[in-house]
Design a protein around this ligand. Structure first.
Ligand SMILES: [Zn+2]
Length: 164
């Protein structure tokens, strides 16, 4: 049950307060960053073996791909890749389905609009079934504006939370 700060302190200590990429010590630079080896968008998580100490310069200048190629363990690569593959498979299925039912019912909803919604609200089959039920209740004609308004509300919420 450790907080983000605790985790960060642990990773810095493990890496001896040194950027793992260029070897500069954070005591010289005072600007260390805890970074993911595999980013969350590629299904990386906060396990310690997926975290790394970088200096701010390397954090901003070295690509995610290079960090991943250099530091990811084979075990994590296999595990995260499987998760990613399943996520993408699910994701494509959900967005394709939604696009198809709207098109079949003569309702215009662009793929970026659908992508935004699916990214936030349709993460698994349960969410997808909930979406289909909501579509039944709301109807094809009214659903796009409801989806757009849900995305707006969500983004607004996130923005306010990050201000706290
Ligand atoms: Zn560095």
């Amino acid at each position: 049950m450790s907080s983000y700060k605790d985790l960060q302190a642990k990773i810095f200590e493990r890496d001896n307060y040194t950027c793992r990429y260029c070897g500069k010590s954070g005591r010289e630079y005072r600007a260390l960053v805890m970074s993911h080896i595999r980013t969350a968008s590629m299904c990386g998580d906060d396990r310690e073996s997926n975290l790394i100490t970088l200096c701010r310069y390397c954090y901003n200048h070295i690509s995610n791909n290079e960090i991943r190629a250099k530091f990811e363990t084979k075990e994590n690569a296999d595990y995260f890749w499987r998760l990613y593959h399943e996520k993408v498979k699910g994701y494509c299925y959900y967005t394709n389905y939604i696009k198809k039912v709207f098109t079949e019912n003569g309702v215009l909803m662009t793929r970026p609009q659908i992508d935004k919604y699916v990214n936030i609200f349709v993460k698994n089959d349960d969410d997808f079934n909930a979406f289909k039920a909501e579509l039944q209740n709301t109807g094809y004609k009214n659903m796009p504006s409801k989806m757009r308004s849900d995305v707006r509300k969500y983004n607004h919420q996130v923005k306010n939370q990050s201000k706290e």
